[in-house]
Design a protein around this ligand. Structure first.
Ligand code: FVH
Length: 299
């Protein structure tokens, strides 16, 4: 009888803990890319579609962790992570834990300590994108934490989207995530206010959106020049001097009032401009408001 020796390496094994919308998309992508995928979810029934697609399922998180060198957590929030970590304590030595759950930089640093004390390596990752786009370049994953773990598992992590490594301080991915998400929320709430204003004036909101999109190419250069002004403290009159902008702000506030759109954010900007002008900086630009944004600067 002839015996054959397998010459191809068996596919890498990955465990995914948490099969909500995002965890399921991650596990499915890994399966589709040929990884042997072990899954666990607190509510076991959510594993069924992945089991049908070829995933192995574990009855407990501990069993799932024991199966793979690389363990991805994608849970609702920090309390969920703490609960699951507590249940896998005895199985994590020698593993790489990649936590993709949203949370603060401080929490990521605490998780990193927790893992290190138990002989595991920890990578914190954040997800910027939606489940249907996992596996495409349109989802961004900032990572931070163990450099060795990132280097060893980067090809696997790249299956999920566009990845970037921010450094060994495990909190840095969270810093990036919190800041990028904040930019998006601040911009989008401003945009919704603008849509309300435009609609109140009888202008088509979709046509307006297309014109706004057309003005977006101007933003990258503006963002960079504002950051340079903040870094150097040299506040040129970007967007005009504050003296001129404050007058415009009055018009914007009264326009909003006249069409019944609330103006709380505009009033906040105006108040910052007034304070900066009162401090003798009316010749500086919009970027100089940065000086007033530390909590202690609110006298
Ligand atoms: N669009 C998105 O989905 C985004 C975009 C950007 C970032 N996120 C973050 O991804 C994390 C997971 O989000 P998700 O969309 O998968 O959330 P859910 O579908 O609600 O699934 C939550 C999973 O967490 C499990 N879970 C909750 N609490 C516990 C617990 N105490 N112990 C164990 N597991 C827990 C839950 O299990 P179950 O309810 O099915 O039993 C789900 O598996 C999140 O951080 C987003 O901010 C998503």
């Amino acid at each position: 009888m002839m015996t054959t020796t397998a010459t191809t390496a068996s596919p890498a094994q990955v465990t995914v803990l948490g099969l909500g919308s995002m965890g399921s998309a991650i596990a499915r992508t890994l399966l589709e890319r040929g990884y042997r995928t072990m899954v666990w979810n607190r509510t076991a029934s959510k594993s069924a579609p992945l089991a049908d697609a070829g995933a192995a399922t574990a009855a407990t998180a501990e069993e799932a962790v024991a199966a793979s060198p690389l363990v991805v957590l994608c849970l609702l929030d920090t309390p969920a992570v703490e609960q699951v970590l507590g249940s896998i304590e005895t199985a994590v030595a020698g593993k790489v834990l990649v936590n993709l759950t949203s949370g603060s930089p401080a929490q990521a640093r605490a998780n990193e300590r927790w893992a290190r004390e138990r002989g595991a390596e920890y990578l914190d990752g954040k997800i910027m994108g939606d489940p249907p786009y996992v596996g495409t370049p349109h989802v961004l994953f900032p990572f931070s934490g163990s450099r060795n773990a990132f280097a060893a598992h980067e090809p696997t992590l790249r299956e999920l989207g566009t990845v970037a490594y921010h450094g060994e301080d495990a909190g840095l991915a969270g810093v990036e995530f919190m800041a990028q998400v904040a930019v998006a929320y601040e911009l989008l709430i401003g945009y919704l206010h603008a849509l309300r204003l435009v609609q109140a004036e009888g202008v088509d909101v979709v046509e307006f959106a297309e014109r706004v999109a057309g003005s977006m190419p101007a933003f990258p250069a503006l963002l960079t020049s504002m950051a340079q002004a903040v870094k150097s403290g040299d506040y040129q009159p970007d967007l005009g001097s504050l003296n001129v902008q404050a007058a415009l702000m009055d018009d914007m506030i009264s326009h909003r009032r006249s069409v019944g759109v609330e103006a709380i954010r505009m009033r906040e900007v105006k108040e910052l401009m007034d304070r900066r002008i009162a401090d003798g900086h009316g010749d500086q630009g919009f970027s100089s408001l940065f000086e007033l944004l530390a909590e202690h600067s609110h006298a």
